[in-house]
Design a protein around this ligand. Structure first.
Ligand SMILES: C[S@@+](CC[C@H](N)C(=O)[O-])C[C@H]1O[C@@H](n2cnc3c(N)ncnc32)[C@H](O)[C@@H]1O
Length: 375
């Protein structure tokens, strides 16, 4: 940790922001387990200081009971991620900062301690989460402005900001964030597409004309902002009969090359940049796995599936509807391969003042090709 942040971290301990009942993420099993300070204070304290994210709310607060819920909807971010993101934000004394996604309030507390509470505004969509964060901050004598609202609107009353830090995953950039940031200011956010959960942290610098552009720094996945979560139920009617009259073919592309079953290597992130309006999901079964692709274009029910069987060199492809989704993915994969498979830090994003996202590879003048719609 850099010296300029050390005092703030010492003055704003994580445990102050954590509830008695919480669900630390287990890095080995990939699951969350519950820990309750009232029944096991030792395990609670160990979890509070472990370098893991801790879920503090499930299912938008609808979940009750000690077991984990369905969707984690608020959390205390992983300490190493907090430290690195604050370093990337590159704040200087006097900077005004807007945070989207207050959560426990710890990040806002660190910023308020470093910059002064009048320089920090944080927006949280959930009333109970916001109230808990305010109380935790107040217990340390910190009173940054905690606004309970949909963060997509930013907070115009506190603008202009020098820095905007988004601590929830986004699928698009609301024009309000750009409009409320000073030219030369920075917006830092985990961004990705609906193709997969593989997101990356982008650091945008706002230009005089109100657009913003900058590189992806590294892979980073956060829980998604409320209105931009993918609702899988929207695909319930896509596949009527399987395979029905879908066009059949084969492919020799191995599942691993598509980024499945291995740690983040960028494949799914990049395919999401190149194949617009497409969601991908993997279903695994005994000795086989099927990769599904669904068209998200309004009114379209196009889908594709690729079934991989253990020990077989070729996988069976089915494609149905106006888009040939697998052909698009295969062309995008070939493009990425030809470019030498650049990692996420080889890519960047330009956002128009209206919020249009234009990914690039190598530099802002080199847009990532779109393989959508047969292009
Ligand atoms: C990963 S947590 C943030 C962690 C937090 N910064 C901390 O220091 O603990 C993400 C938060 O974003 C909030 N959120 C989701 N959608 C939002 C929205 N549209 N506007 C504001 N907050 C939102 C969630 O309720 C959740 O509390």
């Amino acid at each position: 940790m850099s010296r300029d942040w050390a005092d703030a971290f010492a003055a704003v301990p994580r445990e102050v922001f954590l509830p008695d009942l919480m669900w630390p993420y287990d890095m080995d099993t990939g699951a969350s387990r519950s820990v309750d300070r009232r029944t096991d204070p030792v395990a609670w304290e160990r979890a509070a200081y472990a370098n893991v994210p801790i879920t503090t709310q499930w299912d938008d607060g609808q979940h009750t009971g000690p077991g984990p819920g369905r969707v984690p909807t608020s959390s205390a971010s992983m300490p190493s991620v907090v430290t690195r993101m604050l370093a990337d934000l590159d704040v200087r004394p006097g900077a005004r900062v807007l945070e989207i996604g207050t959560g426990t309030g710890r990040n806002a507390g660190l910023l308020a301690e470093r910059l002064g509470e009048r320089s920090v505004v944080t927006v949280e969509v959930d009333e109970r989460v916001a109230a808990r964060a305010r109380a935790a901050l107040g217990s340390l004598g910190l009173y940054p402005e905690v606004v309970c609202a949909d963060g997509r609107w930013g907070h115009p009353a506190g603008a202009p900001y020098d820095r905007v830090i988004v601590t929830a995953g986004v699928r698009g950039f609301p024009p309000a964030w750009l409009a409320q940031t000073r030219p030369g200011g920075v917006i830092l956010a985990p961004w990705g597409t609906h193709y997969s959960h593989e997101d990356a942290l982008v650091r945008l610098t706002v230009a005089e004309d109100g657009s913003a552009s900058g590189p992806f720094l590294r892979p980073l996945e956060f829980m998604k902002i409320r209105a931009q979560r993918l609702d899988w139920r929207r695909f319930a009617g896509h596949v009527g009969a399987y395979p029905g009259d879908a066009a059949a073919s084969v492919t020799s592309v191995p599942l691993a090359e598509l980024g499945e079953g291995r740690p983040f290597r960028g494949a799914r992130f990049v395919l999401g940049l190149c194949v617009p309006e497409c969601a991908q999901v993997l279903n695994t079964g005994e000795g086989e796995a099927t990769l599904w692709f669904f068209d998200m274009t309004e009114g379209s029910r196009a889908w594709a599936s690729v079934r991989f069987r253990d020990g077989e060199r070729e996988a069976t492809v089915h494609q149905w509807g106006p888009r040939r989704l697998w052909d698009e993915v295969a062309r995008a994969l070939a493009w990425w391969r030809e470019r030498g498979r650049p990692g996420v830090d080889g890519f960047g994003l330009t956002v128009t003042p209206e919020g249009g996202c234009r990914p690039w590879c190598g530099g802002p003048g080199e847009p990532v090709p779109s393989f959508g719609g047969g292009g």
